[in-house]
Write a protein that binds this ligand. Structure first.
Ligand code: SF4
Length: 61
């Protein structure tokens, strides 16, 4: 599974708190995937973050 955050992110922080192994808020105040390839153990959390993102900025494939 690969994770990316697109330009719609508003920096709410939800994904970082839901899946801290996958997403982090950067110096720009917006979320970024820490590593594009999601660790297998974090896939459920990544999916939960994706589902919960208020602006649908997280893309998983
Ligand atoms: S949950 Fe969505 S809007 Fe909020 S910080 Fe993460 S990617 Fe950005």
């Amino acid at each position: 599974m690969k994770a990316t955050v697109n330009e719609d992110c508003i920096g709410c922080g939800l994904c970082e708190s839901t899946a801290p192994e996958v997403f982090a808020i950067g110096d720009d105040g917006l979320a970024h995937a820490i590593e594009e390839e999601v660790p297998e153990a974090a896939e459920d959390a990544a999916q939960e973050a994706c589902d919960g993102c208020p602006v649908t900025a997280i893309e998983l494939d």
